[in-house]
Design a protein around this ligand. Structure first.
Ligand code: PMP
Length: 321
């Protein structure tokens, strides 16, 4: 689908996978005017294909575009386009448990121009790839590096949007995390490096002294669709989730006095990921003896149960293809 100022979005088409060709001066190559989404299609045991909450991804794509001064796309169009594409390549949706079809919609600035200003032309593209189970051998607790030097996003910046540039800003720290044998980085706020923000590609939750808490949406955190769904499930079970500022000092204190019961990340890729330890200023804080917590287990089983059609979808989260 293409956009030209004055003409709007036009020319929707499904074409065989091939390289895209743009002018070397296309603004995407220079000013990072690009936003994207990530969602998955699942094959149920009866063979049906269903997508998890695509309407939410469509909404978030437009919110991200708005922040980068890019034009919105009709949300029903986005959902229908994704459904149609999945239908065309239905064979690509794996039937193996845990595997799925990852769908990547994105919008890029395509006008050729070297001045810094919003582009007058855009392309909306959707690509897809089958992906294996994130946890081949069942849930595995991960080690996370609490990043105290680099920042991913600032207040008033683009952190709340799924903008390509946010990920560019995170690569250096991601490499450092790997060097410390950590799966991902836990970001702190950019100003005083105290408040927890989110993990590389996940939002983060803690169970402290029987209470479930998650960082409030500060403006520099991505509002995860899994996060929203997890909060919904926990509320269904009568477990309130407190969205508030959480400082790393509070986590250290809870760890030291033995009230840090569980920690986990949530996101499209891993769904729910138990955090086994946090590496903070060179010292690991092992959570729940490095074991998978009860809550994480139940959440993982429930959300994947809904996605693969084993558990009734009472919230109407799944959209059939
Ligand atoms: N934070 C960031 C920075 C992410 O890239 C993602 C993955 N999209 C998330 C959180 C989790 O969001 P979601 O649950 O919508 O996948």
């Amino acid at each position: 689908l293409d956009y030209v100022e004055g003409q709007g979005w036009h020319d929707p088409r499904i074409v065989p996978y091939a390289p895209l060709s743009y002018d070397p001066a296309a603004m995407i190559f220079h000013y990072g005017q690009a936003v994207f989404e990530g969602l998955k299609a699942f094959r149920t045991e009866s063979g049906d294909i269903q997508i998890f909450r695509p309407d939410q991804n469509a909404k978030r794509l437009n919110r991200s575009s708005e922040r980068l001064n890019m034009p919105p796309i009709d949300e029903d169009f986005i959902v229908n386009a994704i459904q149609e594409l999945v239908r065309v390549d239905a064979d690509w949706v794996p039937s193996k448990q845990g595997a799925s079809l990852y769908i990547r919609p994105f919008v890029i600035a395509t006008e050729a121009g070297l001045g810094v200003r919003p582009s007058s032309r855009y392309s909306f593209v959707v690509i897809m790839s089958p992906v294996g189970a994130y946890y081949e051998e069942g849930l595995q607790p991960v080690k996370i590096l609490v990043e105290s030097h680099y920042a991913r996003a600032v207040q008033g910046g683009t952190g709340g949007a799924k903008a390509a540039g946010n990920y560019a800003a995170s690569l250096k720290a991601q490499v450092l995390a790997k060097e410390h044998d950590c799966a991902q980085v836990l970001w702190l706020d950019a100003i005083d490096k105290k408040s927890l923000e989110e993990v590389g590609s996940m939002n983060v939750f803690f169970k402290i002294g029987g209470e479930v808490v998650t960082p409030s949406l500060s403006g520099s955190i991505l509002e995860g669709i899994t996060r929203k769904s997890i909060i919904h499930l926990l509320n269904d079970w009568g477990i309130p989730v407190i969205e508030r500022k959480i400082s790393i000092d509070e986590i250290v204190q809870a760890y030291e006095n033995g009230t840090l019961e569980e920690a986990f990340g949530t996101g499209t890729a891993a769904v729910v990921s138990p955090i086994g330890s946090l590496l903070w200023q060179g010292t690991p804080m092992v959570i729940n003896n490095g074991q998978i917590g009860e809550l994480v287990h139940k959440l993982y089983d429930t959300i994947t149960g809904i996605q693969y059609g084993r558990i009734a979808d009472k919230h109407d989260w799944m959209v059939t293809c």
